[in-house]
Structures are given as C-alpha cells and as structure tokens.
Design a protein around this ligand. Structure first.
Ligand code: DAH
Length: 354
C-alpha cells in the first residue's frame, strides 16, 4: 500500500460520499461508515497500521492524514445520520421529545371588552340585545326615521352607497338604494316592524360614514342603540336609564346632563353628557375643563317613526339613544387616537388584558 498524501485523503472522502450515496438504508450506511472508521480493517485503521513500518520522517504526516480523514468522515456522518433519521419519521409526525412551545394567549379586543361591559349593564336593567344588517336600504336607515329624501345625511358626501343597487318594487335601480348603515338607529325600525310593544332593546354594531381618518374619526366605528317603547314611557325614564347606565359603567357618583339638540327621529332630542370620571366633574384636560363628556344622542321617539312602523302614536311613547362605543372606550382608557383601535398593533392591544 502506498503511503497516503493529500490527494489520497481527497480520493478517500470522495469514495466515502459515493458509497454513502449508494447505501439503500441507514443500516447499510452504517456499514459504509464502519468500512472507513471501524477499529479493524477500516480505511483509517489501515492507515494507522502503516505508521509502524513507515520511514521515521513520514510517521507524523501519515498520522495527520489518517486523523484528517477520520474527522471529515465523522462530521459528514453526523449530518447524514440526523437527516436520515428525520426522513425516517413519517411526514407531519410530531416529535414528542421536543420541548413544548409556549402558546400566545389572546384576549378580546378593547372595543369588544367595552361593548360586552355595556351589554352586561343594560341586560341587568332588563334590556335584550339585538342586531341588524350592516348593509341597509334607505328606507330603514333614513325614510322611516323621518329623514326625507332631501335630508343632508343622505348625501353621497356622508353615506357610503353600494355600487350595485338593489331594485325595489318599481324595478328602478334607485328605488331602494343600498348602503352601509350610517347609524344603528336603523335597527330600531327593523325591530319595531317585527315586534309589538313593550320593547326594551339595545343594539350594538358597526356603522360607516365617509369620514377621513384623523384622531377622532374613522370611516367605520361602533355604536350602541337603545330603544324602549310602551305606554306612558317618559323623558324621566330616559334620563333615569342613562343615569343607571353611567353609575354602573363608570362610578356611583356619575351624573347625566341633557343638552337640547335635534335628531329627526326624536322629539324632544338631547345630546347626552356624563360627568367626567377622570376629575369627577371638577374640570381636567380630558373634559377640556368643562366637567362633562359627551357620549351620544337621545330623545323621545318621534310620532312619525311610530307611524312608519305601524304603531299607534296616540297609544305608545318611547325613548331612544345612541352611544358611541369608541367614545366610551377612549374616555375610559384615555386613548389619544381612535385609529389605534383599528390598526391591530399588538403593543396597543396587549394593554387591555381580559
Ligand atoms: N343616530 C345618531 C348618530 O348616529 C345617534 C342617536 C341620536 C341615536 C338620538 C338615537 C337618538 O337613537 O335618539 O349620531
């Protein structure tokens, strides 16, 4: 046997690769490894034996080549073996010996938390929770709510009409235009059309308007509509209900203030302010030193609305309100920018643990 040199090392490694590639199973590959690395009769063992009879100046060199070959083959064997073992596992099998991965626990969105809390407060007062469609027609969103065709809210500037109009009875495309509802008040109409008084409902949901994004506006936001109808329902019931809501939701010391306002579907109408729960009505940055914070609109249901749904306005009275859920959430949690609720940045969302 001629003495090994650098080219013999390279040739031996190439041969090892070829033998390995030809091995039909892991067991055969193990024999290939032994053929090169085994204690007896292997390539490396043969080279070590040569050292005994080699000239003195060659002994060291042969030892080095034998070692080099051994190290290369061992390293190559390690990668070959782990790849082969991984392949032996059936596809998709779970390696139960791996340490478990810590699952990331989610929690409800802050708006969901606030909405659920509001729902709980109203359910305690005997309200039912109802829903309505986000795609509405003009009759439910406007006409039935005493907003005739020339009402400014129906303008294309404010309302997101849908591109493909649904044809109404006349077959004219504009007979019943569809749109994304601009307020949850349309749910009042749908509910009254299908139910008789007494009624006590809240209806949460998304609403849409043609607003540009800024600190306090998003084209989609959420409201909670309230409607109570019966015999002898009065403005005092409206105020008492909103006060009970404010006390349960915010603080025992909360107060409610009505500011005269106008909505076509209520008469009289009022803007609803709550005493600021940051400063308890003393005046602070959050309430702009006024001591009050606006949360929505309300009023006594307009007789025309009752007529639209076929109720007798002589017999029934009722009140309605619409509260901005983002408004409540912003004020409760002192959020500076309404857009944060919709950007899905986990750094923001994780600040509202369940
Ligand atoms: N629909 C109104 C809005 O979107 C809020 C509202 C005001 C709802 C008065 C009502 C109400 O039910 O009575 O701004």
């Amino acid at each position: 046997m001629s003495l090994p040199d650098e080219s013999t090392v390279r040739a031996a490694l190439a041969q090892f690769e070829a033998d390995l590639a030809a091995a039909p199973s892991l067991r055969d590959a193990q024999s290939v490894r032994d053929k090169y690395l085994g204690r007896k009769n292997s390539v490396v063992a043969g080279w070590m034996q040569l050292i005994g009879s080699a000239p003195a100046d060659q002994k060291k060199l042969i030892g080095r080549y034998a070692n080099e070959l051994k190290q290369h083959i061992e390293a190559r064997w390690d990668t070959y073996q782990s790849a082969a073992e991984a392949n032996l596992r059936p596809a998709g099998a779970v390696d139960v010996t791996l340490p478990g991965r810590q699952p990331r626990l989610g929690h409800p969105h802050p708006l969901t938390l606030v909405r659920t809390r509001m729902e709980a407060v109203f359910t305690r007062m005997g309200f039912s929770i109802v829903e309505g469609p986000e795609i509405e027609d003009e009759w439910h969103c406007f006409d039935a709510l005493n907003m005739p065709a020339e009402h400014p809210a129906r303008d294309m500037q404010d309302t997101l009409y849908l591109a493909s109009p649904v044809c109404g009875e006349s077959g004219r495309p504009d007979d019943r235009r569809t749109m994304l509802r601009t307020h949850t008040s349309s749910i009042q109409i749908r509910y009254m059309q299908t139910h008789q008084p007494p009624i006590r409902i809240v209806a949460p949901g998304r609403v849409y308007r043609r607003d540009d994004l800024d600190l306090t506006h998003t084209p989609m936001f959420t409201q909670m509509e309230g409607l109570v109808v019966g015999e002898g329902i009065s403005l005092a019931d409206l105020k008492g209900t909103l006060l009970a809501f404010a006390r349960d939701m915010f603080s025992e010391r909360a107060r409610v203030r009505f500011r005269p306002s106008f909505f076509p579907y209520t008469e009289p109408s009022a803007e609803v302010d709550l005493s600021c729960w940051q400063c308890d009505g003393q005046g602070c940055a959050m309430c702009k030193q006024t001591g009050w914070i606006e949360i929505g609109g309300s009023g006594m249901v307009h007789p025309s609305v009752f007529e639209a749904v076929g109720y007798d306005p002589e017999r029934y009275t009722g009140f309605a309100f619409g509260i901005g859920i983002e408004r409540v959430a912003i004020l409760r949690h002192q959020v500076q920018d309404i857009r944060l609720f919709f950007e899905n940045d986990l750094r923001f969302l994780e600040q509202f643990p369940y």
